[in-house]
Design a protein around this ligand. Structure first.
Ligand code: GDP
Ligand code: IMO
Ligand code: MG
Length: 422
């Protein structure tokens, strides 16, 4: 059984929480794309685990964490996450595996990411600054360095020194301090020692897991509205986010997928630049941001807020083949008198679809809203659908009908136990 969890909006939908919930019976939990620009939060008995690379389901005793070939990773971030789990008492031997095909995010990638952003000035994209774009650019231009090279230290030193030389030439044109290869190599050598015991042929044993009918949970990162092809590019991340990335990023054939769970936050949030058709700037936005603690898990930046955009989410569900929906953060909307939901777009008086719009159109269009009545009662922690206020139930049913996909999980708080299964 292969289940896939996909973010259907602009990221931070609560994928970490949902993956943790669904991992109870998983044998393997797999990250298959993106990098440590992701920040997935799991909260168990009051303890918070912010994951950037290690799959969020690893906290379950039976679940083995896999970082598959499609992930790009910063060794320093991965080492600090390993330390976090060790400090929490977890034994990671035989519990975490990392593909040798993963490309490395190296210090010059981070420097280039920031240099490009600074050069863009007022038009900056608002990347996470984690070196994602430059690392993926190196991957496709054959300048990348993988864990594969890290296994052979001499080879790694040669490649890293060569790449640093090239990158320092570029950094010089931006008047950025050059990278000191020798100093960085010392740090990388220490990270290498910690990481090497976890390196494995993840394709081989995921394939074996398929043959022996194990439960595999694929943990998507980011959100479809950030997909490198289906976002309003360049307000994107560098990787494909849609379900197809399961195949390229872990070697799992798409016909092996049994279910795709789309995570939908009950409203919209986004960090970084680019158009958000339903963005709001008023007191309601501030209230949602504060109550929903909408500050980035990776960068701490305040997230921009908007009403739920069902036009965009419907597209995300279609393009990713979503078979079930998990709604999150519905508890944050309690207390609002009216709740708006976007059910379509109008551009110059004509109906347009999400997929036909680039960033210029998305910035100009007018959302068509349906206004629904809110509910007063706080619903945090509720575990039964029947205990939700009638207007909250109507909000959920409206979403389900519009999207034409069954809603099977409703998360009512950040803690593991705070959810409704329907
Ligand atoms: P991800 O990137 O999709 O995994 O989401 P993040 O972890 O970056 O952001 C989601 C935030 O909302 C985290 O702080 C979660 O602990 C929290 N969260 C998840 N589900 C719920 C929910 O149903 N209600 C509330 N109040 N918080 C939630
Ligand atoms: P999770 O997995 C929210 C956004 C950045 C920026 C754009 C490009 O936690 O949902 P990048 O550093 O990827 O080059 O930045 O993409 N972005 C995310 N926003 N959650 C994420 O991941 C994101 N991953 C990338 O904010 O706008
Ligand atoms: Mg996040």
């Amino acid at each position: 059984m292969v289940s896939v969890v996909i973010g259907t909006q602009w990221g931070d939908e609560g994928k970490g929480k949902v993956v943790d919930l669904l991992s109870k019976n998983a044998n393997f939990v797999v990250r298959f794309h993106g990098g440590n620009n992701a920040g997935h939060t799991v909260i168990v008995d009051g303890k918070k685990y912010p994951f950037h690379l290690i799959p969020s389901g690893i906290l379950h005793p039976k679940a083995i964490g896999v970082i598959a070939n499609g992930v790009i990773l910063d060794p320093e971030v991965l080492v600090s996450e390993i330390e976090m789990l060790k400090e929490a008492g977890m034994k990671l031997k035989g519990k975490l595996f990392i593909s040798e095909r993963c490309h490395l995010i190296l210090p010059y990638h981070k420097a280039l990411d920031l240099a490009y952003e600074n050069a863009r000035g007022k038009k900056k994209l608002g990347t996470t600054g984690r070196g994602i774009g430059p690392t993926l650019a190196d991957k496709v231009s054959y300048n990348g360095i993988r864990i594969y090279e890290l296994l052979d230290w001499k080879l790694f030193v040669e490649k890293f020194t060569f790449q640093t030389k090239i990158k320092n030439r570029i950094l010089k044109t931006f008047a950025v301090k050059p990278i000191n290869a020798k100093k960085e190599l010392e740090k990388l050598s220490a990270f290498r020692k910690i990481l090497l015991p976890f390196v494995a042929d993840t394709y081989l044993f995921l394939n074996e897991a398929l043959e022996t009918s194990k439960n595999i949970l694929m943990e998507g990162a980011h959100g479809v509205m950030l997909d490198t092809d289906f976002s309003p590019y360049p307000f994107s991340t560098g990787s494909n986010v849609i379900t197809g990335a399961v195949n390229t990023g872990a070697g799992i054939p798409l016909q092996k997928i049994s279910e795709v769970i789309g995570v939908v936050k009950a409203y919209t949030s986004r960090v970084g630049g680019g158009p958000i058709p339903t963005e709001i700037f008023d007191k309601t936005a501030d209230a949602i941001r504060e109550k929903g603690k909408e500050f980035g898990t990776t960068t701490g930046r305040p997230r921009r807020i908007g009403w739920l955009d069902l036009e965009a989410v419907k597209f995300a569900c279609e393009v990713s083949g979503v078979t079930e929906i998990a709604i999150t953060k519905i508890d944050i909307l309690s207390g609002l008198e009216k709740i708006k939901v976007c059910i379509g777009y109008k551009l110059n008086g004509k109906s347009v679809s999400y997929s036909s719009c680039g960033y210029q159109e998305l910035a100009k269009l007018k959302p068509v809203y349906k206004k629904l009545s809110g509910w007063k009662k706080e619903i945090a922690g509720i575990t039964k659908f029947s205990e939700l206020p009638k207007n909250c139930q109507s909000y959920i049913r409206f979403m389900e009908k519009f999207l034409g996909v069954k809603i099977s999980i409703i998360s009512t708080g950040p803690e593991r136990k705070e959810y409704i299964k329907i």
